[in-house]
Ligand binder design. Structure first.
Ligand code: ZN
Length: 135
């Protein structure tokens, strides 16, 4: 795995939290993107070399809705950049981690993503993400 690509934070209201994080970081969000298949609307902030993703649920079945119900607002996942997500999934499976989706799926921000079950990672939901290269 490479660097931390971003930190994902579950919020109740993207609108309210966009304003809050703009104040906190001193920069406005640079994009909003909906991932309909996941039931989430996301916004992204760039703070120096670091990226923050805010996630709001778009329906009650959304994993973010369930997270908010159980844990409330807060850090939802830590995402690591990987060069080859298929190879990394195979490596982590061989190491005994539970991969929630063994076939990478299209995530926000032009990425292929896969998640590791937090039960195997000290309670931290880990996202792997690989940049989708333009051809
Ligand atoms: Zn993410």
């Amino acid at each position: 795995m490479d660097k931390i690509e971003h930190i994902g934070i579950a919020v109740k209201s993207l609108e309210a939290s966009n304003a809050l994080f703009a104040k906190l970081l001193g920069v406005p969000h640079y994009k909003i993107e909906e991932v309909a298949s996941e039931g989430v609307k996301t916004s992204f902030f760039q703070s120096g070399p670091n990226k923050i993703e805010l996630l709001e649920a778009t329906n009650s079945e959304s994993p973010i809705a369930k997270f908010l119900e159980k844990k409330g607002e807060g850090i939802h996942h830590v995402a690591f950049a990987v060069e080859d997500i298929v190879a990394e999934i195979a490596r982590l499976k061989a190491e005994g981690f539970t991969v929630l989706n063994e076939i990478p799926k299209q995530g926000a921000d032009n990425k292929l993503v896969a998640f590791l079950h937090p039960k195997g990672t000290n309670g931290v939901l880990v996202e792997l993400c690989q940049e989708i290269k333009e051809r």
